[in-house]
Design a protein around this ligand. Sequence first.
Ligand code: PHE
Length: 556
Amino acid sequence: MSNTNESWGSRIGLILAMAGNAVGLGNFLRFPVQAVQNGGGAFIIPYLVCFLLMGIPLLFIEWSSGRFGGKFGNHSTPYILDSMVKGRVLKYIGVFGIFTNIAVVAYYTYIESWTMSYVYHSIRGTFNGMTQGEVAGFFNSYIDISHSTTGIPYEAVWFYILCLIINVYILSKGLKGIEKVAKIGMPLLILFGVILAVRGYTLGTSGASSMFPEANAWDGLSFLWTPQYSSLLDLKVWMAAAGQIFFTLSVGMGTIHCYAAYLKSKDDIALNAVSAGFMNEFVEVVLGSAIVIPIAAGYLGLDWVLNNASFGMAFQTMPYLFEQWGSILSAAAGFMWFGLLFFAGITSSLAMGTPWMGFMRDEFGWNSNKGAWTFGGLALIMGLPTVFFYQQGVFDEYDYWAGTVSLVVFAMMETILFSWIFGMKKGWKEITDGADIKVPHAYKFIIKFITPLMLIIVFLGALFSPLNNDWSGNLKSLFSGNGWSLSNTSIIKTITQSGIKEQIANATDPAVIQSLDDKMFYITIARILLISLFLFICLLVYLAYNKRVKEGRATI
Ligand code: PHE
């Protein structure tokens, strides 16, 4: 039963909403860190190859699957997949497309709420006169909920709840609300991004301040932009590049399917998908690389950046660097930097609300209001543990399973379904129907063979990542009969928490052992929550199926 004929108001609104979906915290916080940790210029070639051979094909697959499902009144992955391929069990694969969003939004909105708080503190001048250590200390105090000394008791919790309420409110207005936020947020984000990037590029080649006269912003830029061909043989860099492409393009999540389900059946897919994808890449590669890294390198030196790259850098270090520009400019820079992060974040977190709302509307007739508030409720239940037990690893656990592994698993399954079961003949027709550009024919071949193969390799690579990420050493050892040693970050070893167990075995300080024990406990809780959420959505899909059978609408 589809009781919605909601669709996008305009093409520009659709493209901005889709670009807003993709452009997110990943572009500004995750990309620079991944690039730095994987050798700067060494990262860029694998990254671009992954974009062309996995990113673009997945965009085509997800946009066309979504539009296809939408024709039958289905707006979320369980029944979008069901309308493409017949098989009772297949719709449960689509559970990923709702589950991942709720699990990711829970911790994603937590970072989004930091950006709101930091806008507030930048304007208030909280960071004025603070030393580098004090700015970093502010962040540590902020996330240490019950001991925080940031001025507002339980500040992180309040901002988190406020952030969820803002998301829910906009979602309750339906697609119109999302479109409006994208139309305002995206241009502002780009404007702020360009201003800060210009600043990054113009800090020049001499020390930006007397603090570190040797420091040099251009060191940062040339580190990122000097390609190194040796990395082409390093599988570790390829895995990181693939992971970044998934996350940044929002593929393997179910949000693109859902947005595309609100297209009209004759609407173009090819050009829209490519435009939104390239807009994301522009923001990521051109703007995302031109702010944190060169500014930090300009003041603190490239070595400092290489040793300290983490996504917390944006909060722990940037406000201090802005301080060097005087109190007015620093307030303006803080406002723009955290404001742009907020817009990047909210246009993505809104997208994560839509699959749940679409599903509940299609199957149980829930209106936007009911859909949005229950989504907020679920996000809150899943999210509060990440807020309260951030330091105990709940956040990272969600990010690992929902924000990394699930994306690869779902992308792999949906690609095989699309290319091999739905079939490339029908698939190609869906991609090119109504297209405003001529899609290069090579993509027919890529989508059928290359993309699934690469996804399978990435999946196996994550399952069995080798010790020290040393692929060639382990491959040699495997072929010479000495076996394969797994890294603690491989999926297999993560399941058994081997890494922490090893640390406990090696620790002698009872306090350290206690905190590691605590960590194991909270990680277990996080896993129970994730599994419960997954099963809960399976149950809903099952109930929806029964309901369809009763109403004579089930297809099998
Ligand atoms: N692409 C977003 C980012 O770069 C994250 C995201 C993932 C958003 C999945 C929606 C769905 O931050």
